[in-house]
Ligand binder design. Structure first.
Ligand SMILES: Cc1cc2nc3c(=O)[nH]c(=O)nc-3n(C[C@H](O)[C@H](O)[C@H](O)COP(=O)(O)OP(=O)(O)OC[C@H]3O[C@@H](n4cnc5c(N)ncnc54)[C@H](O)[C@@H]3O)c2cc1C
Length: 380
């Protein structure tokens, strides 16, 4: 099952690797320290076709599959998790939601701008008091003639300030009713809609995370995605696919930390020999390599099913859960292998160590993935 050996996948991998070495590696620490969201990088990724990897060519996208998508995110995340996260969120969440649930007119209106990187997309599900428990959301949309009036705040939204357009999930029915939520597209510049507080984060600092604020924001009914009341089910399906991208992000971070560790352990001398000669270090590398391969297989298994149009509810949760925990494991071991140097900003492993933690939280925590997996295995 070596999906990465596919010629298309290898070509994408090499293209993104070259791009990341040239355009991201020289700058990523500056962006990290200043929490700068490098918009220009995403415009350049758009020119490479990476802002619409899964979008069909007729809507301006690259029309590729999930194995290529996984490889692209991995290669970005090996260098900078923030760029990988933002690219994944743009593709899987905002763009993915419009692609999967938009009507023809909506797809023609928004996908070409998103797929080419002309516009950056945001996706708002989470609120201050409703993360894992999304059904309790307080953001409301009320129908008024041919328009909807949105009120409420979304929190932790990737590209909350810089996004040109957002897909927003809002309550249109009763609290806790899984058919009481509807999805809407809201363009930046719509009166009553603005970005709010930007979070000051532990890691993924160059990926912008901010509030979306709606105050009597009026949007036409034409901006509604799918039927009234379908939003929650749509969001869960979007997250099923999105979790493959977070598994890929996790894999990239884990591989980045592992590759840096292999190199360093061959160079660093202690007791008159490279530290790689110590079995304690070799065993760490063995554990990292084994877990990475297992995570890779789970991720490509989910990608394979998704490409075939099959349900990936359990498989993407397994891939995301396992790969994200592997990224935390590998980043932690990498800092240990680097010793004191791993604790400084002169080497990349401290950044992997900070960035990786997002992977066990975003798009559903590890605990929520275990809920999804356990429900699936108990139902079987
Ligand atoms: C950098 C970043 C980017 C993000 N981007 C977006 C975005 O673009 N769009 C968006 O909508 N959201 C986004 N999020 C939000 C993210 O999806 C949520 O943070 C995540 O779903 C967890 O919600 P929470 O933070 O409210 O934690 P909570 O739900 O409050 O969870 C707190 C703890 O309780 C545990 N817990 C909760 N419920 C249960 C349960 N039933 N059983 C067992 N344990 C449970 C959790 O696992 C966790 O350990 C982002 C978050 C971050 C940090």
């Amino acid at each position: 099952m070596n999906f990465s050996a596919d010629e298309n996948v290898q070509m994408i991998r090499q293209t993104v690797k070259d791009f990341a070495e040239k355009n991201i590696r020289p700058h990523f620490m500056k962006w990290d320290e200043s929490q700068e969201f490098p918009v220009h990088v995403f415009k350049a990724l758009g020119e490479l076709g990476l802002m619409g990897v899964l979008v069909p060519e007729e809507y301006g996208g690259s029309g590729l599959g999930y194995h290529e998508y996984v490889a692209a995110i991995e290669e970005l995340a090996k260098v900078c998790g923030s760029v990988g996260l933002s690219m994944a969120a743009h593709n899987s969440l905002c763009t993915g939601h419009i692609m999967m649930f938009g009507n023809e007119e909506q797809k023609k209106r928004w996908l070409p701008k998103l797929a080419t990187g002309e516009w950056i997309g945001a996706w708002g599900l989470t609120e201050a008091n409703t993360g894992s428990d999304a059904l309790r959301m307080q953001c409301v949309a009320k129908k008024d003639g041919d328009e909807w009036v949105l009120n409420g705040t979304k929190n932790w939204i990737t590209h909350g300030i810089s996004g040109n357009v957002a897909v927003v999930l809002a309550r249109t029915g009763d609290l806790l009713d899984s058919h009481g939520i509807t999805a809407f597209v809201v363009e930046r510049g719509t009166p009553g809609f603005r970005g709010g507080k930007k979070e000051n984060k532990l890691g993924m600092r160059a990926s912008e995370t901010a509030e979306l604020i709606f105050e009597d924001c009026r949007i036409p009914d034409a901006n509604r995605l799918g039927n009234v009341g379908d939003g929650f089910i749509q969001a869960m399906k979007i997250l099923d696919g999105g979790r493959i991208s977070i598994a890929a992000l996790s894999l990239g971070i884990a591989k980045g930390a592992y590759e840096a560790s292999v190199k360093y352990s061959k160079e660093r001398q202690q007791f008159g020999q490279p530290i790689a000669n110590f079995q304690a270090i070799g065993f760490k590398l063995a554990d990292m390599a084994t877990r990475i391969e297992a995570a890779e297989l789970l991720t490509h298994q989910a990608a394979n099913l998704k490409n075939k149009g099959k349900s990936v509810n359990k498989e993407s949760a397994m891939a995301k859960y396992y790969a994200s925990e592997v990224s935390v494991y590998c980043s932690n071991e990498a800092v240990q292998i680097f010793g004191g140097y791993g604790y400084t900003k002169d080497f990349p492993v401290e950044k992997f160590y900070r960035d990786c933690k997002l992977c066990t939280i975003g798009e559903g925590t590890s605990e929520i993935q275990k809920l999804v997996i356990s429900r699936a295995v108990l139902k079987a």
